[in-house]
Design a protein around this ligand. Structure first.
Ligand code: ADP
Ligand code: MG
Length: 633
C-alpha cells in the first residue's frame, strides 16, 4: 500500500462534541491526560505481547517493551512514546477520528447541557486519547504497526478544532509517539518533578517500565538540566502480582480507574490468589456507580483475562455471570494456554472453575457490606443496591446454585417504610412477621406509587401486616423463580383467595360467612353481566376503602405481568381476572337498590378496578358514557 498523500479529514460529530465538552468541563483535573495516554501505551504493549505470540519476528531488535515520557522545554512539548503494537493508517483514522466505543449514542443522548452534570457523565464515559487536548493545542501522533515495513509509518496531526491531517511517513521504529504542544499557561507540565509525581500517582501499577530522563541541578547554569540517562518512574510490577501488604488503597483505586474508565473510587474490591486444581489470581472491583451502558445488550464485560501476566482479552464474558456484569477486574490464570480463543473459553473446565470462584468472591464482598454493622459499609450497600439492585435480581433466576445467597442480598420497598428506596431484606421482613402470619406478602405494580396505592393492600394495612412493594420490571420474572424464603412462601396479595391464616379470628370468619350469604344473589347477577370480562365475581374482605378490585387466579399470571408481556410485544395468554367486591362499600348498596342501572354499575365497578391496578380499558368510550349517565342520576 502506498498512500503517501496527505489527507485532511473531519472528526466524527461526536468527537467534536466530546472535545468541546472536555475542554470546558475537565479543566480542574487536567493532569488525567497523562494517565489516559500511558494507559493507551500500556494497552498497546499488551496487544503486542499477545499478537507477538504468533509473530515473534515482530519484536525485531527491540524486544523490551516500555513507555517513554520526554520533555522539550524550549519547544514546550511533552512526548509519550511506546514500542507497542502501533497503528496502521486505517486504524489511526478510525481510532483517532471517531468514538467507536459501545454505548456512545446513549452517552450523548444523556448530556444535558448543564456543565456540572455533564462533567460527571463524561467521567463515566472515559475520555481517553482526546483528553490530551485539554492541555495541548496541537497534537502530532507518529506511529507504525508492528509487522509493517518502515515505509508504512503514519503521521496524524490536529489542533482539536474539527479536522485532522494524516500522511504516510517513514518510521523505522514500531509503536506510537504522541507529541503534545502545550497550550499557553500549561508550562507546569514541562516540570519533570510534576510529571513524575503524576505518573506515580496514576500509573504506578502499569506492568511495563515508564521511563524519563534524569534531571540534575547544574551549578554553573544555575538550573535543572536534563541528562541522557533514563530512570524508571513506576514500580513496573502488575498490581495483582504484588503482596497485599504492599498495595495501598490509592493504588487499588488508580488501578480500578485505569481498568474501568470510571472517575469515582470503587465501592469495594478483593484480591486473591487461588491455588488447587486450578491456579489463578483474581482482582475484582465493584463500582460505586452503574455505567451508562449497563443495559446495553452489547456492553463489553468488565473482566480482563491474562495468562501468566500476558494480556489475552478484555470482555471475557465467560468469566462472570450476566447478573454480575458490572464487576470489573483482572483474572490471571496459570493453567490456560496462551493461544486460548473465545471458543476454547466456552468449553474450558478451568474457566468454569474461575467463574464459580469469582462469582462466590463477589457475593462474599457484597455480603460483607450488606451484613455489616458499620455505618460506612451499610451506606455502601445502599448505594450498591440503588445502582445495581435490578441487575442482581436477574441472578435469582440465572444462578440457581447461589440462589439462597442472592435472596439474602435482595432489598425491597415495603409498606413498613413506605419509601420508594428499597431497603428491606427478606430476613428483616420475616423477623417482623405478625403472630400467626405464615407467608411473605407482596404486591407488584407498574410503578412504586401504583404498588403502594394498590387497593389489594387495604386489609393488610388495616391489620398492620407488612407487604413488599415491587415495581421493577424484572420483579415478576424474578418472583417466578422464588418458591420460598426461610421456609415461608411468597404470596401475592393480588392473587388467589384471601387467606390470612390465623391472622383473622373466629368471630370474623363467622361474620364473613353471613355477609357472603347475603350477597349471593347479587354476585350471581353480576357474574351474568360480566360474563365476557370476568372469570368470577365474589365477595372479599380484603378491601376497606375501595369498592372492588381484580384478582388473578392462584395459578394464573398476574394482571401486571400480563400487561408487561403485552407491552414487550409477547403473546400474552387471554386470561380473565376475578372481580372481588367490598360488601361494606356504599356503592354496593346503591347497586343492590338500583335495578334500572344495574348493568352500568356493574361494568363501572369492573372498569374502575382495572384502572386502579394500572390496566387499560378495552372500551374507554363506554366507560365514560356510563359514568356520565350515573353521575346525572
Ligand atoms: P480506549 O483506550 O478506551 O479504546 P482511547 O480514546 O484512549 O480509547 O483510544 C482509542 C483507540 O486508539 C484505542 O482503543 C487504540 O486502538 C488506539 N490507540 C490509542 N493510543 C494508542 C497507542 N499508543 N498505541 C496503539 N493504539 C493506540
Ligand atoms: Mg484509552
Amino acid at each position: 500500500m502506498n498512500v503517501a498523500t496527505k489527507e485532511t479529514l473531519g472528526f466524527q460529530a461526536e468527537v467534536k462534541q466530546l472535545l468541546q465538552l472536555m475542554i470546558h468541563s475537565l479543566y480542574s483535573n487536567k493532569e488525567i491526560f497523562l494517565r489516559e495516554l500511558i494507559s493507551n501505551a500500556s494497552d498497546a504493549a499488551d496487544k503486542l505481547r499477545f499478537e507477538g505470540i504468533a509473530h515473534p519476528d515482530w519484536y525485531g531488535d527491540d524486544p523490551d517493551l516500555k513507555i517513554k515520557v520526554e520533555i522539550d522545554k524550549a519547544a514546550r512539548i511533552v512526548a509519550i512514546s511506546d514500542n507497542g503494537i502501533g497503528m496502521s493508517r486505517e486504524e489511526v483514522i478510525n481510532n483517532l477520528g471517531t468514538i467507536a466505543r459501545s454505548g456512545t449514542k446513549e452517552f450523548f443522548s444523556k448530556l444535558s447541557g448543564d456543565q456540572q452534570k455533564d462533567a460527571a457523565l463524561i467521567g463515566q464515559f472515559g475520555v481517553g486519547f482526546y483528553s490530551a487536548f485539554i492541555v495541548a493545542d496541537r497534537i502530532v501522533v507518529e506511529t507504525r504497526r508492528a509487522g509493517f515495513p518502515a515505509s508504512d509509518g503514519v503521521r496524524w496531526e490536529s489542533d482539536g478544532s474539527g479536522e485532522f491531517t494524516i500522511e504516510t511517513i517513514d518510521r523505522p521504529q514500531r509503536g506510537t509517539s504522541i507529541k503534545l504542544h502545550l497550550r499557553e499557561g500549561e508550562d507546569d507540565f514541562l516540570n519533570s518533578y510534576k510529571l513524575k509525581s503524576i505518573i506515580r500517582k496514576y500509573s504506578d501499577h502499569i506492568s511495563l517500565p515508564i521511563q524519563m530522563c534524569k534531571e540534575e541541578w547544574d551549578d554553573d547554569k544555575k538550573e535543572q538540566v536534563i541528562k541522557d540517562e533514563l530512570e524508571n518512574i513506576n514500580q513496573t510490577s502488575a498490581l495483582w502480582t504484588r503482596n497485599k501488604s504492599e498495595i495501598t488503597e490509592e493504588q487499588y483505586d488508580e488501578f480500578y480507574k485505569h481498568l474501568s474508565h470510571d472517575y469515582e473510587r470503587p465501592l469495594c474490591y478483593s484480591l486473591n490468589r487461588v491455588e488447587g486444581r486450578s491456579e489463578f489470581t483474581q482482582l475484582l472491583f465493584v463500582p460505586s456507580r452503574a455505567p451508562f451502558d449497563l443495559w446495553d445488550r452489547n456492553k463489553r464485560g468488565g473482566i480482563k483475562l491474562y495468562v501468566k501476566r500476558i494480556f489475552i482479552m478484555d470482555d471475557a464474558e465467560k468469566l462472570m455471570p450476566m447478573y454480575l456484569r458490572f464487576v470489573t477486574g483482572v483474572i490471571d490464570s496459570v493453567d490456560l494456554p496462551l493461544n486460548v480463543s473465545r471458543e476454547i473459553l466456552q468449553e474450558s473446565r478451568d474457566i468454569k472453575v474461575i467463574r464459580e470462584s469469582s462469582t462466590k468472591r463477589v457475593l462474599s464482598m457484597l455480603e460483607e457490606l450488606a451484613n455489616s454493622e458499620d455505618e460506612i459499609k451499610k451506606g455502601k450497600y445502599r448505594t450498591f443496591w440503588t445502582q445495581f439492585g435490578q441487575v442482581i435480581k436477574e441472578g435469582v433466576g440465572e444462578d440457581q446454585a447461589n440462589q439462597e445467597r442472592i435472596l439474602k442480598l435482595l432489598r425491597f420497598a415495603s409498606t413498613h417504610t413506605d419509601s420508594a428506596e428499597q431497603t428491606v431484606s427478606l430476613a428483616e421482613y420475616v423477623s417482623r412477621m405478625k403472630e400467626g402470619q405464615d407467608k411473605i406478602y407482596y404486591v407488584t405494580g407498574e410503578s412504586f406509587n401504583a404498588a403502594k396505592n394498590s387497593p389489594h393492600l387495604e386489609i393488610f394495612r388495616k391489620k398492620g401486616v407488612e407487604v413488599l412493594l415491587l415495581s421493577d420490571r424484572v420483579d415478576e420474572w424474578m418472583l417466578s423463580f422464588i418458591t420460598e424464603f426461610d421456609g415461608k412462601q411468597l404470596a401475592s396479595v393480588a392473587k388467589g383467595g384471601l387467606d390470612l391464616g390465623s391472622l383473622s379470628d373466629e368471630s370474623e370468619k363467622k361474620e364473613h360467612e353471613e355477609t357472603q350469604k347475603q350477597f349471593q344473589d347479587l354476585v350471581e347477577r353480576m357474574k351474568k353481566t360480566l360474563e365476557n370480562k370476568a372469570k368470577d365475581v365474589r365477595v372479599t374482605f380484603r378491601l376497606t376503602d375501595s369498592p372492588a378490585c381484580l384478582i388473578a387466579d392462584e395459578n394464573e399470571l398476574s394482571g401486571n405481568l400480563l400487561r408487561m408481556l403485552k407491552a414487550a410485544g409477547q403473546n400474552a395468554p387471554d386470561m380473565k381476572p376475578i372481580l372481588e367486591i367490598n360488601p361494606e362499600h356504599p356503592l354496593l348498596s346503591k347497586l343492590k337498590n338500583d335495578d334500572q342501572n344495574f348493568d352500568d354499575w356493574t361494568n363501572l365497578l369492573f372498569d374502575q378496578a382495572l384502572l386502579a391496578e394500572g390496566g387499560q380499558l378495552n372500551d374507554p368510550a363506554s366507560f365514560v358514557r356510563r359514568m356520565n349517565q350515573l353521575l346525572l342520576n
